[in-house]
Design a protein around this ligand. Structure first.
Ligand SMILES: CC(C)(COP(=O)(O)OP(=O)(O)OC[C@H]1O[C@@H](n2cnc3c(N)ncnc32)[C@H](O)[C@@H]1OP(=O)(O)O)[C@@H](O)C(=O)NCCC(=O)NCCS
Length: 467
Protein backbone atom coordinates (compact mmCIF):
# COMPACT_ATOMS: atom_id res chain seq x y z
CA UNK A 1 0.00 0.00 0.00
CA UNK A 2 1.29 3.43 -0.82
CA UNK A 3 -0.03 6.81 0.30
CA UNK A 4 0.64 10.00 -1.49
CA UNK A 5 -0.57 12.73 0.76
CA UNK A 6 -1.41 16.29 -0.11
CA UNK A 7 -4.41 18.30 1.15
CA UNK A 8 -6.42 15.20 2.02
CA UNK A 9 -6.48 11.79 0.42
CA UNK A 10 -5.30 12.23 -3.14
CA UNK A 11 -4.17 8.89 -4.47
CA UNK A 12 -4.34 5.47 -2.94
CA UNK A 13 -2.80 2.39 -4.43
CA UNK A 14 -4.54 -0.66 -3.04
CA UNK A 15 -3.13 -4.14 -2.99
CA UNK A 16 -5.78 -6.41 -1.58
CA UNK A 17 -3.25 -9.08 -0.77
CA UNK A 18 -1.88 -6.64 1.82
CA UNK A 19 -4.93 -6.07 4.00
CA UNK A 20 -3.10 -5.83 7.31
CA UNK A 21 -0.42 -3.40 6.13
CA UNK A 22 -3.18 -1.31 4.60
CA UNK A 23 -5.19 -1.17 7.82
CA UNK A 24 -2.01 -0.28 9.62
CA UNK A 25 -1.50 2.56 7.16
CA UNK A 26 -5.04 3.83 7.71
CA UNK A 27 -4.52 3.63 11.46
CA UNK A 28 -1.22 5.50 11.33
CA UNK A 29 -2.77 8.11 9.10
CA UNK A 30 -5.66 8.52 11.54
CA UNK A 31 -3.16 9.10 14.33
CA UNK A 32 -1.54 11.69 12.14
CA UNK A 33 -4.92 13.37 11.78
CA UNK A 34 -5.64 12.72 15.44
CA UNK A 35 -9.19 11.88 14.48
CA UNK A 36 -11.15 8.69 15.19
CA UNK A 37 -13.87 9.61 12.68
CA UNK A 38 -11.27 9.66 9.96
CA UNK A 39 -10.20 6.13 10.89
CA UNK A 40 -13.80 4.91 10.76
CA UNK A 41 -14.52 6.55 7.40
CA UNK A 42 -11.36 5.32 5.76
CA UNK A 43 -11.80 1.77 7.03
CA UNK A 44 -15.38 1.67 5.72
CA UNK A 45 -14.29 3.12 2.38
CA UNK A 46 -11.57 0.56 2.13
CA UNK A 47 -13.88 -2.42 2.68
CA UNK A 48 -16.49 -1.05 0.22
CA UNK A 49 -13.98 -0.38 -2.51
CA UNK A 50 -12.28 -3.75 -1.93
CA UNK A 51 -15.58 -5.61 -2.30
CA UNK A 52 -16.60 -3.78 -5.47
CA UNK A 53 -13.16 -4.12 -7.06
CA UNK A 54 -12.92 -7.83 -6.29
CA UNK A 55 -16.35 -8.53 -7.73
CA UNK A 56 -15.59 -6.63 -10.95
CA UNK A 57 -12.27 -8.40 -11.18
CA UNK A 58 -13.90 -11.82 -11.06
CA UNK A 59 -16.31 -10.90 -13.84
CA UNK A 60 -13.62 -9.62 -16.14
CA UNK A 61 -11.40 -12.62 -15.54
CA UNK A 62 -14.22 -15.13 -16.04
CA UNK A 63 -15.44 -13.60 -19.25
CA UNK A 64 -12.17 -13.11 -21.00
CA UNK A 65 -9.91 -15.57 -19.27
CA UNK A 66 -7.12 -13.10 -18.69
CA UNK A 67 -3.93 -14.93 -17.92
CA UNK A 68 -2.75 -13.85 -14.51
CA UNK A 69 0.82 -13.71 -13.34
CA UNK A 70 1.24 -15.87 -10.20
CA UNK A 71 0.31 -13.95 -7.05
CA UNK A 72 -1.48 -11.16 -8.93
CA UNK A 73 -4.97 -12.52 -8.44
CA UNK A 74 -5.83 -10.21 -5.59
CA UNK A 75 -3.89 -7.17 -6.69
CA UNK A 76 -5.89 -4.11 -7.65
CA UNK A 77 -4.99 -0.52 -8.26
CA UNK A 78 -7.29 2.45 -8.13
CA UNK A 79 -6.62 6.14 -8.61
CA UNK A 80 -8.84 8.09 -6.25
CA UNK A 81 -8.55 11.51 -7.86
CA UNK A 82 -10.53 11.48 -11.10
CA UNK A 83 -9.01 12.89 -14.28
CA UNK A 84 -10.72 14.34 -17.36
CA UNK A 85 -9.60 15.29 -20.85
CA UNK A 86 -10.63 18.94 -21.22
CA UNK A 87 -8.86 19.92 -24.42
CA UNK A 88 -7.48 18.34 -27.59
CA UNK A 89 -5.48 19.59 -30.56
CA UNK A 90 -3.51 18.22 -33.48
CA UNK A 91 -1.79 19.08 -36.69
CA UNK A 92 -2.67 17.47 -39.96
CA UNK A 93 -0.75 14.23 -40.44
CA UNK A 94 1.38 13.80 -43.57
CA UNK A 95 4.72 14.78 -45.05
CA UNK A 96 5.61 18.36 -44.16
CA UNK A 97 9.01 19.39 -45.45
CA UNK A 98 8.38 23.03 -44.53
CA UNK A 99 7.42 22.40 -40.87
CA UNK A 100 9.96 21.63 -38.13
CA UNK A 101 9.34 19.28 -35.21
CA UNK A 102 9.02 22.39 -33.04
CA UNK A 103 6.43 23.95 -35.39
CA UNK A 104 4.32 20.79 -35.28
CA UNK A 105 4.47 20.37 -31.49
CA UNK A 106 3.72 24.04 -30.77
CA UNK A 107 0.78 24.04 -33.21
CA UNK A 108 -0.81 20.99 -31.56
CA UNK A 109 -0.16 22.30 -28.02
CA UNK A 110 -1.68 25.72 -28.76
CA UNK A 111 -4.75 24.15 -30.36
CA UNK A 112 -5.31 21.94 -27.29
CA UNK A 113 -5.07 24.90 -24.91
CA UNK A 114 -7.43 26.89 -27.11
CA UNK A 115 -9.87 23.97 -27.17
CA UNK A 116 -9.79 23.80 -23.35
CA UNK A 117 -10.12 27.58 -23.07
CA UNK A 118 -6.99 27.93 -20.96
CA UNK A 119 -3.73 29.89 -21.27
CA UNK A 120 -0.13 28.55 -21.18
CA UNK A 121 0.29 29.96 -17.68
CA UNK A 122 -2.52 27.66 -16.42
CA UNK A 123 -0.44 24.54 -17.16
CA UNK A 124 1.25 22.90 -14.13
CA UNK A 125 3.14 20.09 -15.85
CA UNK A 126 4.13 19.15 -19.39
CA UNK A 127 4.88 15.65 -20.71
CA UNK A 128 6.25 15.10 -24.18
CA UNK A 129 6.10 11.83 -26.11
CA UNK A 130 8.79 11.50 -28.76
CA UNK A 131 10.75 8.48 -29.91
CA UNK A 132 13.68 9.55 -32.06
CA UNK A 133 14.09 13.32 -32.27
CA UNK A 134 17.83 12.90 -31.83
CA UNK A 135 17.97 10.73 -34.98
CA UNK A 136 15.37 12.41 -37.20
CA UNK A 137 16.04 16.08 -36.39
CA UNK A 138 19.29 16.00 -34.37
CA UNK A 139 17.59 17.41 -31.30
CA UNK A 140 17.56 16.04 -27.79
CA UNK A 141 16.23 17.52 -24.52
CA UNK A 142 12.95 18.05 -26.31
CA UNK A 143 10.51 18.83 -23.48
CA UNK A 144 11.88 22.25 -22.46
CA UNK A 145 12.76 22.85 -26.13
CA UNK A 146 9.00 22.75 -26.84
CA UNK A 147 7.71 23.98 -23.44
CA UNK A 148 9.53 27.28 -23.56
CA UNK A 149 8.16 28.60 -26.91
CA UNK A 150 4.71 27.48 -25.79
CA UNK A 151 4.98 30.05 -22.99
CA UNK A 152 4.82 27.67 -20.03
CA UNK A 153 5.66 29.13 -16.61
CA UNK A 154 9.30 28.69 -15.50
CA UNK A 155 8.24 26.56 -12.51
CA UNK A 156 6.53 23.97 -14.74
CA UNK A 157 8.31 20.59 -14.96
CA UNK A 158 8.82 19.61 -18.62
CA UNK A 159 9.54 15.91 -19.07
CA UNK A 160 10.30 13.84 -22.16
CA UNK A 161 9.06 10.22 -22.18
CA UNK A 162 10.60 7.75 -24.63
CA UNK A 163 8.94 4.35 -24.87
CA UNK A 164 9.35 3.63 -28.60
CA UNK A 165 5.97 3.75 -30.42
CA UNK A 166 4.26 3.82 -27.00
CA UNK A 167 5.96 7.12 -26.04
CA UNK A 168 2.67 9.01 -26.49
CA UNK A 169 0.58 6.57 -24.45
CA UNK A 170 3.12 6.54 -21.63
CA UNK A 171 3.20 10.36 -21.62
CA UNK A 172 -0.59 10.52 -21.21
CA UNK A 173 -0.33 8.00 -18.37
CA UNK A 174 2.29 10.16 -16.61
CA UNK A 175 0.00 13.17 -16.99
CA UNK A 176 -2.89 11.28 -15.41
CA UNK A 177 -0.67 10.18 -12.52
CA UNK A 178 0.53 13.76 -11.96
CA UNK A 179 -3.06 14.89 -11.49
CA UNK A 180 -4.15 11.75 -9.64
CA UNK A 181 -1.37 12.25 -7.12
CA UNK A 182 -2.26 15.90 -6.56
CA UNK A 183 0.98 17.22 -8.02
CA UNK A 184 -0.72 19.13 -10.82
CA UNK A 185 -4.14 20.53 -11.67
CA UNK A 186 -3.74 20.94 -15.40
CA UNK A 187 -1.33 18.95 -17.51
CA UNK A 188 -0.34 19.40 -21.14
CA UNK A 189 0.68 16.25 -23.02
CA UNK A 190 2.08 16.48 -26.54
CA UNK A 191 3.21 13.67 -28.80
CA UNK A 192 5.30 14.55 -31.83
CA UNK A 193 7.50 12.92 -34.46
CA UNK A 194 9.01 14.31 -37.63
CA UNK A 195 10.12 11.30 -39.66
CA UNK A 196 10.35 12.48 -43.25
CA UNK A 197 13.83 13.90 -42.93
CA UNK A 198 15.71 10.84 -44.23
CA UNK A 199 15.06 8.14 -46.88
CA UNK A 200 12.95 5.08 -45.99
CA UNK A 201 15.89 2.67 -45.35
CA UNK A 202 17.28 5.12 -42.79
CA UNK A 203 13.84 5.48 -41.17
CA UNK A 204 13.71 1.69 -40.88
CA UNK A 205 17.15 1.69 -39.26
CA UNK A 206 16.22 4.40 -36.74
CA UNK A 207 12.96 2.64 -35.83
CA UNK A 208 14.77 -0.67 -35.35
CA UNK A 209 16.66 0.86 -32.43
CA UNK A 210 13.52 0.10 -30.38
CA UNK A 211 14.45 -3.58 -30.82
CA UNK A 212 17.23 -5.61 -29.21
CA UNK A 213 20.32 -4.17 -30.92
CA UNK A 214 22.88 -6.68 -29.68
CA UNK A 215 20.90 -9.84 -30.38
CA UNK A 216 18.54 -9.03 -33.22
CA UNK A 217 18.97 -5.65 -34.94
CA UNK A 218 22.64 -6.29 -35.74
CA UNK A 219 21.64 -9.40 -37.66
CA UNK A 220 18.80 -7.88 -39.64
CA UNK A 221 15.79 -7.31 -37.36
CA UNK A 222 13.48 -4.56 -38.61
CA UNK A 223 9.87 -3.80 -37.64
CA UNK A 224 8.39 -4.99 -40.95
CA UNK A 225 10.29 -8.29 -40.63
CA UNK A 226 9.26 -8.73 -36.98
CA UNK A 227 5.57 -8.29 -37.72
CA UNK A 228 5.94 -10.45 -40.84
CA UNK A 229 7.10 -13.32 -38.61
CA UNK A 230 4.11 -12.75 -36.34
CA UNK A 231 1.78 -12.76 -39.34
CA UNK A 232 3.33 -15.97 -40.66
CA UNK A 233 2.89 -17.65 -37.27
CA UNK A 234 -0.71 -16.41 -36.93
CA UNK A 235 -1.46 -17.81 -40.39
CA UNK A 236 0.10 -21.14 -39.44
CA UNK A 237 -1.59 -21.38 -36.04
CA UNK A 238 -5.06 -19.99 -36.80
CA UNK A 239 -5.46 -20.12 -40.56
CA UNK A 240 -5.33 -16.35 -40.97
CA UNK A 241 -5.14 -15.40 -44.66
CA UNK A 242 -3.92 -12.49 -46.76
CA UNK A 243 -7.59 -11.63 -47.30
CA UNK A 244 -8.00 -11.17 -43.54
CA UNK A 245 -5.01 -8.83 -43.46
CA UNK A 246 -6.34 -6.95 -46.48
CA UNK A 247 -9.68 -6.45 -44.71
CA UNK A 248 -7.86 -4.34 -42.08
CA UNK A 249 -6.34 -2.21 -44.86
CA UNK A 250 -9.60 -1.68 -46.72
CA UNK A 251 -11.47 -0.71 -43.54
CA UNK A 252 -8.80 1.67 -42.25
CA UNK A 253 -8.29 3.39 -45.61
CA UNK A 254 -12.07 3.86 -45.81
CA UNK A 255 -12.12 5.40 -42.32
CA UNK A 256 -9.08 7.58 -43.08
CA UNK A 257 -10.93 9.04 -46.03
CA UNK A 258 -13.52 10.36 -43.56
CA UNK A 259 -10.80 12.00 -41.45
CA UNK A 260 -9.58 15.32 -42.91
CA UNK A 261 -6.44 15.15 -40.72
CA UNK A 262 -5.38 11.70 -41.98
CA UNK A 263 -2.15 11.25 -43.95
CA UNK A 264 -3.62 8.81 -46.51
CA UNK A 265 -6.77 10.08 -48.22
CA UNK A 266 -7.32 7.16 -50.55
CA UNK A 267 -9.73 4.24 -50.41
CA UNK A 268 -8.55 0.87 -51.72
CA UNK A 269 -10.46 -2.21 -52.80
CA UNK A 270 -9.82 -5.73 -51.59
CA UNK A 271 -8.75 -6.71 -55.14
CA UNK A 272 -6.23 -3.88 -55.38
CA UNK A 273 -4.67 -4.78 -52.04
CA UNK A 274 -4.47 -8.48 -52.86
CA UNK A 275 -3.03 -7.83 -56.32
CA UNK A 276 -0.31 -5.48 -55.08
CA UNK A 277 3.08 -7.08 -55.65
CA UNK A 278 5.24 -4.73 -53.54
CA UNK A 279 6.48 -7.12 -50.84
CA UNK A 280 7.98 -5.35 -47.81
CA UNK A 281 8.66 -8.43 -45.66
CA UNK A 282 6.81 -11.55 -46.77
CA UNK A 283 3.85 -12.01 -46.19
CA UNK A 284 3.47 -8.25 -45.55
CA UNK A 285 3.18 -6.00 -48.59
CA UNK A 286 2.96 -2.26 -49.03
CA UNK A 287 -0.68 -2.08 -47.97
CA UNK A 288 -0.02 -4.00 -44.76
CA UNK A 289 2.28 -1.27 -43.43
CA UNK A 290 1.63 1.93 -41.51
CA UNK A 291 2.89 5.18 -42.96
CA UNK A 292 6.00 7.24 -42.34
CA UNK A 293 4.36 10.39 -41.05
CA UNK A 294 5.11 13.84 -39.64
CA UNK A 295 2.63 15.16 -37.08
CA UNK A 296 1.80 16.16 -33.53
CA UNK A 297 -1.17 15.71 -31.21
CA UNK A 298 -1.93 17.17 -27.79
CA UNK A 299 -4.32 16.79 -24.88
CA UNK A 300 -5.04 18.83 -21.77
CA UNK A 301 -5.84 16.83 -18.65
CA UNK A 302 -7.49 18.21 -15.55
CA UNK A 303 -8.90 17.01 -12.26
CA UNK A 304 -12.51 16.02 -12.92
CA UNK A 305 -13.97 18.29 -10.25
CA UNK A 306 -12.65 21.32 -12.17
CA UNK A 307 -13.55 20.00 -15.61
CA UNK A 308 -17.12 21.37 -15.61
CA UNK A 309 -15.76 24.92 -15.55
CA UNK A 310 -13.98 24.51 -18.91
CA UNK A 311 -15.47 25.24 -22.28
CA UNK A 312 -15.70 21.76 -23.83
CA UNK A 313 -17.63 18.64 -22.85
CA UNK A 314 -15.28 16.73 -20.55
CA UNK A 315 -14.34 13.14 -21.20
CA UNK A 316 -13.26 11.12 -18.16
CA UNK A 317 -10.34 8.75 -17.80
CA UNK A 318 -11.92 5.75 -16.09
CA UNK A 319 -9.10 3.22 -16.39
CA UNK A 320 -5.57 2.74 -17.58
CA UNK A 321 -2.78 0.20 -17.52
CA UNK A 322 0.76 -0.12 -18.73
CA UNK A 323 2.65 -3.39 -18.90
CA UNK A 324 5.79 -4.92 -20.33
CA UNK A 325 6.68 -8.10 -22.18
CA UNK A 326 9.93 -9.81 -23.15
CA UNK A 327 12.00 -7.23 -25.03
CA UNK A 328 13.42 -9.32 -27.84
CA UNK A 329 11.38 -11.28 -30.31
CA UNK A 330 13.33 -14.50 -29.69
CA UNK A 331 12.31 -14.36 -26.02
CA UNK A 332 8.57 -14.33 -26.74
CA UNK A 333 6.70 -17.49 -25.76
CA UNK A 334 4.01 -16.99 -28.39
CA UNK A 335 4.44 -14.84 -31.50
CA UNK A 336 0.68 -14.53 -31.95
CA UNK A 337 0.03 -12.66 -28.71
CA UNK A 338 1.27 -9.55 -26.90
CA UNK A 339 1.42 -10.33 -23.20
CA UNK A 340 1.86 -6.62 -22.42
CA UNK A 341 -1.49 -5.91 -24.08
CA UNK A 342 -3.24 -8.61 -22.07
CA UNK A 343 -1.77 -7.28 -18.80
CA UNK A 344 -2.31 -3.58 -19.55
CA UNK A 345 -5.90 -4.24 -20.67
CA UNK A 346 -6.58 -6.28 -17.56
CA UNK A 347 -5.42 -3.43 -15.30
CA UNK A 348 -7.45 -0.88 -17.27
CA UNK A 349 -10.64 -2.97 -17.32
CA UNK A 350 -10.41 -3.67 -13.59
CA UNK A 351 -9.86 -0.01 -12.79
CA UNK A 352 -12.74 1.06 -15.06
CA UNK A 353 -14.92 -1.74 -13.69
CA UNK A 354 -16.07 -2.68 -17.18
CA UNK A 355 -15.63 -5.59 -19.57
CA UNK A 356 -14.42 -5.54 -23.18
CA UNK A 357 -18.07 -5.97 -24.21
CA UNK A 358 -18.81 -2.50 -22.79
CA UNK A 359 -16.39 -0.72 -25.14
CA UNK A 360 -18.18 1.24 -27.88
CA UNK A 361 -15.18 2.40 -29.91
CA UNK A 362 -11.44 1.86 -29.86
CA UNK A 363 -8.21 3.05 -31.42
CA UNK A 364 -5.67 0.23 -31.53
CA UNK A 365 -2.05 0.02 -32.60
CA UNK A 366 -2.22 -1.21 -36.21
CA UNK A 367 1.41 -0.53 -37.15
CA UNK A 368 0.96 -3.51 -39.50
CA UNK A 369 -2.34 -5.17 -40.42
CA UNK A 370 -1.52 -8.26 -38.37
CA UNK A 371 -1.04 -6.04 -35.29
CA UNK A 372 -4.70 -4.95 -35.41
CA UNK A 373 -5.85 -8.56 -35.70
CA UNK A 374 -3.73 -9.57 -32.69
CA UNK A 375 -4.84 -6.46 -30.74
CA UNK A 376 -8.57 -7.19 -31.01
CA UNK A 377 -7.89 -10.72 -29.78
CA UNK A 378 -5.63 -9.64 -26.90
CA UNK A 379 -8.10 -6.95 -25.80
CA UNK A 380 -10.89 -9.55 -25.54
CA UNK A 381 -13.09 -8.18 -28.34
CA UNK A 382 -12.96 -11.51 -30.20
CA UNK A 383 -11.70 -14.98 -29.24
CA UNK A 384 -8.07 -15.90 -29.95
CA UNK A 385 -7.47 -16.73 -33.59
CA UNK A 386 -10.68 -15.11 -34.81
CA UNK A 387 -9.37 -11.59 -35.39
CA UNK A 388 -8.99 -12.12 -39.14
CA UNK A 389 -12.44 -13.58 -39.88
CA UNK A 390 -14.08 -11.03 -37.53
CA UNK A 391 -12.46 -8.16 -39.44
CA UNK A 392 -13.53 -9.63 -42.78
CA UNK A 393 -17.09 -10.01 -41.42
CA UNK A 394 -17.23 -6.30 -40.54
CA UNK A 395 -17.18 -6.69 -36.73
CA UNK A 396 -14.63 -3.85 -36.47
CA UNK A 397 -16.17 -1.56 -39.11
CA UNK A 398 -17.67 1.81 -38.16
CA UNK A 399 -21.12 0.21 -37.90
CA UNK A 400 -19.88 -3.12 -36.54
CA UNK A 401 -20.14 -4.55 -33.02
CA UNK A 402 -16.63 -3.26 -32.08
CA UNK A 403 -15.69 -0.28 -34.27
CA UNK A 404 -11.88 -0.17 -34.40
CA UNK A 405 -9.70 2.67 -35.67
CA UNK A 406 -12.39 5.08 -36.91
CA UNK A 407 -9.59 7.64 -37.42
CA UNK A 408 -8.01 5.40 -40.09
CA UNK A 409 -5.49 4.08 -37.57
CA UNK A 410 -1.75 4.06 -38.03
CA UNK A 411 -2.37 2.44 -41.40
CA UNK A 412 -4.20 5.38 -43.01
CA UNK A 413 -4.24 8.26 -40.54
CA UNK A 414 -0.47 7.80 -40.22
CA UNK A 415 2.03 6.86 -37.53
CA UNK A 416 4.32 9.66 -36.34
CA UNK A 417 5.55 7.25 -33.70
CA UNK A 418 5.87 9.48 -30.60
CA UNK A 419 2.53 11.16 -31.36
CA UNK A 420 0.40 8.07 -31.91
CA UNK A 421 -0.56 7.28 -28.28
CA UNK A 422 -1.63 10.89 -27.70
CA UNK A 423 -3.55 11.02 -30.95
CA UNK A 424 -5.54 7.93 -29.99
CA UNK A 425 -6.80 9.91 -26.96
CA UNK A 426 -7.64 12.84 -29.27
CA UNK A 427 -9.71 10.60 -31.56
CA UNK A 428 -11.56 8.85 -28.73
CA UNK A 429 -12.30 12.22 -27.12
CA UNK A 430 -13.81 13.43 -30.41
CA UNK A 431 -15.87 10.25 -30.62
CA UNK A 432 -17.17 10.56 -27.04
CA UNK A 433 -17.99 14.24 -27.54
CA UNK A 434 -19.92 13.28 -30.67
CA UNK A 435 -17.67 15.51 -32.80
CA UNK A 436 -16.07 12.95 -35.12
CA UNK A 437 -18.01 13.99 -38.21
CA UNK A 438 -18.45 11.39 -40.96
CA UNK A 439 -16.56 8.76 -38.97
CA UNK A 440 -18.67 9.21 -35.81
CA UNK A 441 -19.58 5.94 -34.11
CA UNK A 442 -23.24 6.12 -33.05
CA UNK A 443 -23.90 6.70 -29.34
CA UNK A 444 -20.28 6.10 -28.32
CA UNK A 445 -20.06 6.37 -24.52
CA UNK A 446 -16.97 4.34 -23.68
CA UNK A 447 -13.77 4.30 -25.71
CA UNK A 448 -10.45 2.49 -25.44
CA UNK A 449 -6.94 3.26 -26.70
CA UNK A 450 -4.19 0.69 -27.20
CA UNK A 451 -0.62 1.76 -27.90
CA UNK A 452 2.34 -0.62 -28.17
CA UNK A 453 6.07 0.00 -28.31
CA UNK A 454 8.77 -2.08 -29.99
CA UNK A 455 7.77 -5.64 -30.75
CA UNK A 456 5.20 -5.39 -27.97
CA UNK A 457 7.63 -4.92 -25.07
CA UNK A 458 5.49 -1.99 -23.85
CA UNK A 459 1.75 -1.57 -24.01
CA UNK A 460 -0.40 1.26 -22.67
CA UNK A 461 -4.20 1.02 -22.55
CA UNK A 462 -6.54 3.86 -21.58
CA UNK A 463 -10.30 3.71 -21.15
CA UNK A 464 -12.32 6.92 -21.46
CA UNK A 465 -15.97 7.64 -20.84
CA UNK A 466 -18.33 10.45 -21.76
CA UNK A 467 -18.27 12.88 -18.79
C1 LIG B 1 5.93 0.50 -46.47
C2 LIG B 1 7.12 1.40 -46.67
C3 LIG B 1 8.41 0.58 -46.69
C4 LIG B 1 6.96 2.14 -48.01
O1 LIG B 1 7.99 3.07 -48.13
P1 LIG B 1 8.55 3.46 -49.59
O2 LIG B 1 8.84 2.22 -50.34
O3 LIG B 1 9.67 4.42 -49.39
O4 LIG B 1 7.30 4.13 -50.25
P2 LIG B 1 7.25 5.55 -50.98
O5 LIG B 1 7.26 6.64 -49.96
O6 LIG B 1 8.29 5.60 -52.05
O7 LIG B 1 5.81 5.54 -51.66
C5 LIG B 1 5.51 4.76 -52.80
C6 LIG B 1 4.02 4.79 -53.02
O8 LIG B 1 3.39 3.96 -52.04
C7 LIG B 1 2.52 4.73 -51.23
N1 LIG B 1 2.75 4.26 -49.86
C8 LIG B 1 3.86 4.42 -49.11
N2 LIG B 1 3.71 3.81 -47.94
C9 LIG B 1 2.48 3.26 -47.95
C10 LIG B 1 1.76 2.51 -47.01
N3 LIG B 1 2.29 2.21 -45.81
N4 LIG B 1 0.52 2.11 -47.34
C11 LIG B 1 -0.03 2.42 -48.53
N5 LIG B 1 0.62 3.13 -49.47
C12 LIG B 1 1.87 3.56 -49.17
C13 LIG B 1 2.93 6.17 -51.43
O9 LIG B 1 1.85 7.04 -51.22
C14 LIG B 1 3.38 6.16 -52.86
O10 LIG B 1 2.24 6.19 -53.65
P3 LIG B 1 2.24 6.95 -55.07
O11 LIG B 1 3.26 6.22 -55.91
O12 LIG B 1 0.84 6.82 -55.57
O13 LIG B 1 2.66 8.35 -54.76
C15 LIG B 1 7.19 2.45 -45.52
O14 LIG B 1 5.99 3.19 -45.51
C16 LIG B 1 7.41 1.81 -44.17
O15 LIG B 1 8.53 1.45 -43.83
N6 LIG B 1 6.36 1.70 -43.34
C17 LIG B 1 6.47 1.10 -42.02
C18 LIG B 1 6.92 2.11 -41.00
C19 LIG B 1 7.21 1.46 -39.68
O16 LIG B 1 7.88 0.45 -39.60
N7 LIG B 1 6.74 2.07 -38.57
C20 LIG B 1 6.94 1.54 -37.25
C21 LIG B 1 6.02 0.44 -36.99
S1 LIG B 1 6.31 -0.34 -35.43
Amino acid sequence: MAWQYRDGVDLIQLENSSVLPMLRGVFLKSLYHNCFLYLLTETTNFFCSTLSILSSYTNVEDQFQFRLAPGRKKEVKKVMKKVSVIGIGKTRYGVFKEKSLLDLAVEAGKKAMEDAGIAPEDIDAFYLGNFAGSDFVNQNHLAPYIGSPLGLRPDVPCTHIENACASGGSSVREGILAIGSGNANKVLVIGVEKMNTVPTPKVTEFLAKAGDWENEVKVGYTFPSTFAMMARRHMHQYGTTREHLAAVTVKNHENGLKNPYAHMQKSVTMEKVLEDKRVVADPLRLYDCSLITDGASAVILSEKSFSETFSRKPVDVIGFGQANDSFALYQKQDLTRFDATVEAAKSAFIMADIKPDDVDVSEVHDCFTIAEIIAIEDLGFVPKGEGGPATLDGVTSLDGRFPVNPSGGLKAKGHPVGATGVDQIVEITLQLRGEAGKRQVNDAEIGLTHNIGGSGATCVVHILARG
